[in-house]
Every structure is written in C-alpha cells, then in structure tokens.
Design a protein around this ligand. Structure first.
Ligand SMILES: [Zn+2]
Length: 291
C-alpha cells in the first residue's frame, strides 16, 4: 500500500511538474505585469498555442540577435513574452503593440522569435473585455509575437507588397482546406500594422470573402485576418493554413481534423457584426523599429 501510494504521489508530482516544461518543446513563457484580472487570458492563449504548436522543426541555435535569450549551441525551447496592460493614451488612439524583438537562427536557417512583447492600453482593454473579444485579440497578437506576419520576410516566405505567402505548407492548405489555387492571399489593405501581415479579407473586415473551409466558415472569421469579425458565429477559428504557415517559418504543428461540413451550421449569419482592427501598432520587424 505504502509503495503504491508513493508511486502514485511520485507519478502525480512528475506529471504535474512536467505539465508544461517537460512535455512541450515549445514553451511560451509570459511574464505578465499589470492588472492581474487579465493574467489568465494571457496564460490561456499561451496554452492554446502550445497545444497547436508543439515544437520546432529543428530549433538548434547556431546564431542569434545580440539581445536574444537563446543560447548558441543549444536547443531552443522558449519564447519569452513581456506582456502588460498599462495606461497609454486612453480610449482610441494607440491600442498597444505586439511583436517579436529578438530571434535565433537554427541549423535549418529558420529565424525563430525568442523574445517579444505585448502591451495593451487599459482603456481600450475595457472595451474589448466588454465586447467579449479580448481573449481573441490576445490570441491573435500572440501569434504575431510567434512570428505570424512579423517573421515572414526574414524566413523568405513573403515579400512586402506581393500579397502572396509562398510557404509550401500553408499553400497546401490554401488549396486543400479552402479550395483555392496558387498561394495564400495576404492582406494588402489597411494600415501599416494590418497590410502584409495577415490573411486577406475584404478591406475593413465587412463582407464575406467567399473563401470557405469545409465547414463553410468564411475566411473573414479566421483568427489571423486583419479585422476581428465577431458575430453570431462566435469566436474566430484557427485554420490549418495558419498552422501550416508556422511550419513554413520553423515550427511543428498539430493540424486539426476537419469535421464533415454541416449545411445548416452557417446558413444564417445574421447578427451584430463587430469590426475591430486586429492589428495593434505591431512591431513588424525584429530590427527594433515599430510601425
Ligand atoms: Zn494582427
């Protein structure tokens, strides 16, 4: 009995301790400061991305930017994000900023974000919370810190102004998941923080793209388009194309099984459409400039 319970305890402790650091090769470590009310939202977003992005394709660091927390000659495991909800300029104006600040280069020449930041203006956060979308916005912005739209140029999968994402894995899902030809369309409209860093949708987010996944979900509801569409359909979805784009910049991905389409599911899209530009004043490059 004693042995059994010891074993049980040991297993439980081991499981418990290993919950994030031992079972995941990719850890999003959020260092959050600010109103603690919002901390769980950042932790939830980190867990969500970790469940979808379990590691790096290679991740063995051969070089890094000078301010990176990565160690040359070792396996990268962690993306460190300083996150905060602070007073910036009141309602409107600057919503905040998010993006990677430093990166490592691995053996396969992937440029991998190692350090980044997410900052939100508390006045705007209140509105986002009241609209029930702050969790979606955090999830979206965290993807930018991981490299979505921000590490594309460095990984040679996108050229600004081209409107075409050229990574092979995302391209395969653009075709198989969304029934399109060629390479995924990238947003060219909107402000500097919006264009060249999101999947394309109708400018301003209003209107359907008529590009749909097997469930009938229009691209406008994808998490990584430039405007947040939140209506009767509920939360944005994360496509395999988005996960594939992370593979194209050096991550592994747990692709999602796509259920059979339901003809009724999205037959009616009536409801209040809430359009929020998802782009904050995103740090678009890792060289330190923001825009
Ligand atoms: Zn964005």
């Amino acid at each position: 009995m004693l042995r059994l319970s010891l074993l049980f305890c040991f297993s439980w402790v081991a499981l418990h301790l290993c919950n994030s650091p031992c079972s995941a090769e990719f850890i999003i470590q959020v260092n959050y400061t600010g109103d603690q009310t919002y901390k769980p939202l950042f932790d939830d977003a980190a867990l969500r991305w970790q469940s979808l992005i379990p590691g790096y394709r290679n991740g063995f660091v051969v070089n890094r930017t000078s301010g990176s927390s990565a160690t040359i000659g070792s396996q990268l495991t962690t993306l460190r994000i300083n996150a905060s909800v602070v007073t910036i300029d009141g309602i409107g104006g600057v919503l905040g900023s998010a993006g990677p600040n430093q990166y490592a280069i691995d053996q396969q020449s992937f440029r991998l974000a190692t350090d980044g930041s997410m900052q939100f203006d508390v006045a705007d956060v209140t509105n986002l919370v009241n609209s029930g979308v702050f969790d979606d916005v955090i999830l979206h912005e965290m993807a930018h810190v991981m490299g979505f739209g921000t590490m594309w140029n460095l990984n040679s999968v996108y050229t600004d102004g081209s409107g075409e994402f050229t990574g092979a894995v995302a391209t395969s899902f653009w075709q198989s998941e969304f029934g399109q030809t060629g390479t995924p369309n990238v947003e060219l409209g909107g402000s500097e923080g919006t264009r060249d860093g999101h999947w394309d949708e109708v400018n301003g987010g209003a209107g359907f793209t008529n590009i749909r996944d097997p469930l009938g979900r229009d691209m406008r509801y994808e998490l990584m388009t430039g405007w947040l569409n939140n209506d009767s359909q509920g939360s944005p979805f994360i496509s395999n194309m988005t996960l594939g784009s992370f593979v194209d910049i050096g991550y592994q991905a747990n692709f999602q099984a796509v259920p059979e389409p339901s003809s009724l599911l999205f037959a009616s899209m009536a409801g209040v459409v809430l359009l929020i530009p998802k782009s904050l004043r995103t740090f678009r490059k890792t060289s330190g400039n923001s825009g």
